[in-house]
Design a protein around this ligand. Structure first.
Ligand code: AGP
Length: 601
């Protein structure tokens, strides 16, 4: 997918533009360029290959500018070359574009575009030529865009410079654009990562919105009038490195999840168009039949959840493995596979070695990472970023729910590629962050559960289906930061041995959405109860009606579905572990014996 960055500033903003382009590298590209308007003249630099090549050209040309638009190109029409590089410069305007214009040949005829004016093989230059012509006709950049949008078939996000103006003009349909505002500047980008770090507020443009952005104002138009769009707070990277009003980074990161989950989802899903759009690649995922997913620790639990989703929602064969095991297996890799690695840090040695093993087997590699310039990201063929923001606490929380969010979107994307996307699941992802907020408001109920665990010697988590990996995650969280012995089990496994550990007052925390596994879970609860175990239930309203008489403690959380349950039930297990660690006085953010990134074997 191409990347767009634009800044209209009171000062020279070339450096911010370049760092914005670097932040968009993950989207995949083969060339890049930028243009500015200075003393009513257009100046520009373009280059193929890495952004560092563009940076050299900018330096050699001593290019500076206060109003700049820039682009990383992933070739769709026309091979990677300087002539096909954006921006496209015409007499009256400059254009960068992300998306595909399906009817560009019809437009050539409709607007009587002279072929001699077209120097590239791209659909984008046709649009630049048309807009150049419309500016002569309308002499109004906004009206010219309105006319243009009516005629285009396809997906686009455009950023224009216009002769005689110090504004950037943008519009989008089917390809995201986000606006950012800060002290002395306003910015546009294909996604949040491309915005300057001193951005204060962001606005996600909606379909067919048009905006005029200059160094002191943003005006947004729909078809007929100036409108207001919802503003979101932008959180710069440096803010993640301070605890603020929180006692621990882990607490801050748990409570950041409504934002991190929403940011991650909005980066890939368009509610209005009901589509998941991933960074562009030549690969057609649905031409494969096998998926291999590997990771370590918490990240591996996200792989386990993904296996349930993939098996239920697609026709793929999926195998998952712990990276430290997979890397030494003498397994045969089916050529019709692609490999996924999941890693918050992007530096975990075992996971990195598995990525190398995928590449040695010539299979396409995807990485789901939270650190975009990490070793794993740089080595992968395709990156799906989690937008959780830097995670400081050793115990992974917001990165985990963002990993689950990306995997859920990836599975929905596989589904939309082969059959109808599950609309109920798709629509539910846009309200996950609200349900997370509701669960976080019950923090005192989870504190009460934690309080009663202070003197226990062993704790059990159980769950069925996609709740089993969350039971493992809950147990891992407790082990990591409370140093208590805790086991997570598939509930159906208890009778195959672990039940021998259940004795009077041993706490068993049951993750129990009211779903098709619920009735079987009831019998597991009775098995525990009959042996004196203490039942702590995390369930929803319907589940609660059935088990009140068996429960010693119960917390009711919002209703979920097969796709959203693992994400939502992660929050209670994080809170229980956090509050128990606080009661026990352990080092929550830097627990003993552990490191945030395990770069050793
Ligand atoms: C999670 O709470 C742990 N800190 C640990 O299991 C972690 O998930 C694992 O080391 C993998 O790290 P990564 O996601 O950075 O690869």
């Amino acid at each position: 997918m191409c990347g767009i960055v634009g800044i209209a500033s009171k000062n020279n903003c070339i450096d911010n533009i370049l760092s914005g382009l670097y932040s968009l590298e993950y989207r995949g590209y083969d060339s890049s360029g930028l243009a500015t308007i200075k003393n009513n003249h257009f100046e520009y630099s373009k280059n193929i290959g890495k952004i560092s090549n563009l940076q050299k050209s900018v330096k050699n040309n001593k290019l500076t500018g206060n109003v700049v638009i820039a682009h990383t190109r992933w070739a769709t029409h026309g091979k990677p070359s300087i002539k096909n590089c954006h921006p496209f410069i015409k007499d009256n305007c400059v254009l960068v574009h992300n998306g595909i214009i399906e009817n560009y040949t019809d437009l050539i005829n409709y607007y009587s575009i002279k072929q001699k004016n077209i120097k590239s093989d791209t659909d984008t230059e046709i649009i630049a030529e048309i807009y150049n012509k419309l500016l002569n006709e309308f002499n109004n950049p906004i009206e010219a865009i309105k006319n243009l949008n009516k005629k285009i078939v396809g997906s686009f996000s455009f950023a224009f410079l216009v002769h005689g103006s110090k504004s950037i003009y943008v519009t989008r349909r089917g390809s995201p654009l986000v606006l950012g505002s800060g002290e002395g500047f306003n910015a546009v980008s294909s996604d949040v990562l491309g915005l300057p770090d001193n951005t204060k507020e962001i606005i996600f443009l909606e379909e067919n919105d048009i905006a005029e952005v200059n160094d002191s104002s943003i005006l947004i138009y729909d078809k007929n009038q100036i409108i207001k769009r919802e503003k979101h707070k932008f959180i710069p990277k440096k803010e993640f490195k301070v605890k603020g009003n929180y006692k621990h980074f882990m607490e801050k990161e748990i409570f950041h999840q409504p934002i991190s989950i929403e940011d991650t989802i909005l980066n890939f899903a368009d509610k209005k168009r009901k589509v998941v759009y991933l960074p562009k690649t030549n690969i057609k995922f649905n031409e494969f039949s096998n998926i291999i997913i590997v990771a370590c620790g918490t990240a591996y639990h996200s792989c386990m959840v993904a296996k349930y989703w993939i098996e239920e929602m697609t026709d793929f064969n999926v195998s998952i493995d712990i990276a430290s095991e997979y890397r030494y297996r003498k397994n045969k890799v089916n050529k019709n596979s692609f490999g996924i690695v999941v890693s918050q840090s992007g530096e975990t040695m075992d996971t990195l070695k598995c990525l190398n093993k995928f590449k040695k087997n010539n299979i396409f590699t995807i990485s789901i990472v939270n650190v975009l310039n990490s070793s794993i990201a740089r080595l992968s063929d395709f990156i799906l970023p989690t937008l959780a923001g830097p995670e400081i606490g050793v115990a992974s929380t917001k990165a985990f729910t963002s990993q689950l969010s990306v995997l859920a979107l990836f599975v929905l994307n596989l589904q939309q590629g082969s059959k109808n996307i599950n609309k109920i699941f798709f629509n539910s992802i846009f309200s996950i962050h609200k349900s997370v907020k509701e669960i976080l408001k019950k923090e005192n109920e989870f504190k009460k559960i934690a309080k009663k665990l202070v003197d226990t010697k062993s704790i059990f988590y159980i769950g069925r289906g996609a709740m089993y990996p969350i039971a493992l995650e809950g147990a891992l969280k407790l082990k990591e930061i409370t140093y208590k012995h805790c086991e997570g089990y598939a509930a159906g496994e208890l009778k195959h041995g672990p039940l021998a550990l259940i004795e009077n007052n041993i706490p068993v925390i049951v993750l129990a959405p009211f779903d098709e596994n619920y009735s079987k879970l009831l019998s597991n609860i009775q098995e525990v109860k009959a042996r004196g175990g203490r039942i702590i239930m995390i369930t929803d309203r319907d589940g609660a009606k059935k088990v009140k008489k068996y429960c010693d403690q119960i917390v009711i959380i919002p209703k979920t579905n097969f796709l959203t349950s693992p994400i939502l039930y992660s929050i209670p297990v994080q809170l229980i572990a956090y509050y128990l660690a606080v009661f026990l006085g352990t080092d929550v953010d830097q627990p003993r014996n552990l490191a945030k990134s395990v770069t050793v074997e």
